[in-house]
Design a protein around this ligand. Structure first.
Ligand code: NAD
Length: 230
């Protein structure tokens, strides 16, 4: 039985209207990541950080899954072995496209986290600075997203899947953010065939056995169709 492990990044959601980060005109050319995506930035100006994620939450709610999200859900349904989707994305477009058990290693825009007690709950559309946690009442509510300098979620589970992978595919990710950028090496060390599907070659393209370039909405359904024809 073969196991396919898929890592997705901002590129898979680009055609759904969610901006990417490092591309020309991407989010990091509009705001400084130090201001909105670090614990230090949140401590300095929580209102600004909440406003940034409120805006991202609105965009995520309006976004619709594209052909790439739907193709991965189809692969999960029809592949005779396991298909594990690990995403760096904080949107819910994989789930909206029909995928199950998606591992959100960088958290989810739709969830809130208490910085004091660790309680989690469904985020309201708008969060404000100093909002209180419903469990401990500390004014420490924040978006449940992983910021730079914080440990991504579910790492033990993810490394367990990588160690069992027979195929590893990275889709729409620039390979500049670790530890995700090193998953290809983990999977290759476990003997997996490694494939990159991206608009442009990533920073770690040379670590992959195979690369296919193009828009996610085109290359992902084509790759899935090929896998299912095998
Ligand atoms: P990225 O913006 O660095 O890279 C996007 C990649 O997608 C690029 O390689 C680009 O060529 C590709 N791409 C663009 N359009 C595409 C399309 N239509 N089809 C296919 N590929 C396309 O995004 P990343 O690699 O996901 O960044 C790493 C992660 O860092 C992010 O996903 C994010 O989770 C995390 N991060 C989080 C925050 C936060 O707000 N907490 C901030 C920064 C980064």
């Amino acid at each position: 039985m073969t196991k396919i492990v898929i890592l997705t990044g901002a590129g898979i959601s680009a055609e759904s209207g969610m901006g990417t980060f490092r591309d020309k005109g991407g989010l990091w050319s509009q705001v400084r990541l130090e201001d909105v995506a670090t614990p230090e930035g949140f401590a300095r100006d929580p209102g600004r950080v909440q406003a940034f994620y409120n805006m991202r939450r609105v965009a995520a709610k309006a976004a619709r899954p594209n052909a790439a999200h739907r193709a991965l859900a189809l692969l999960q349904r029809d592949w005779p072995g396991d298909v594990v989707i690990v995403t760096q994305n904080v949107d819910a477009l994989h789930e909206a496209g029909g995928a199950r058990d998606v591992i959100h290693m960088h958290g989810e825009l739709a969830r809130a986290l208490c910085g004091n007690c660790g309680h989690r709950w469904d985020a309201p559309d708008e969060m404000a600075a100093g909002e209180c946690c419903p469990a401990c009442d500390a004014p420490a509510a924040r978006p449940d997203v992983v910021w730079f300098g914080e440990m991504p979620y579910h790492m033990d589970r993810i490394y367990g899947h990588l160690a069992e992978a027979t195929v590893f595919v990275a889709i729409g990710t620039s390979g500049q953010v670790y530890p995700a950028a090193a998953f290809v090496q983990e999977a290759a060390a476990a003997g997996a065939h490694t494939v990159e599907l991206n608009l442009e070659p990533s920073a770690v393209v040379s670590d992959f056995a195979e690369t296919r370039l193009g828009k996610a909405s085109e290359v992902v359904p084509a790759w899935v169709a090929e896998m299912l024809r095998r």
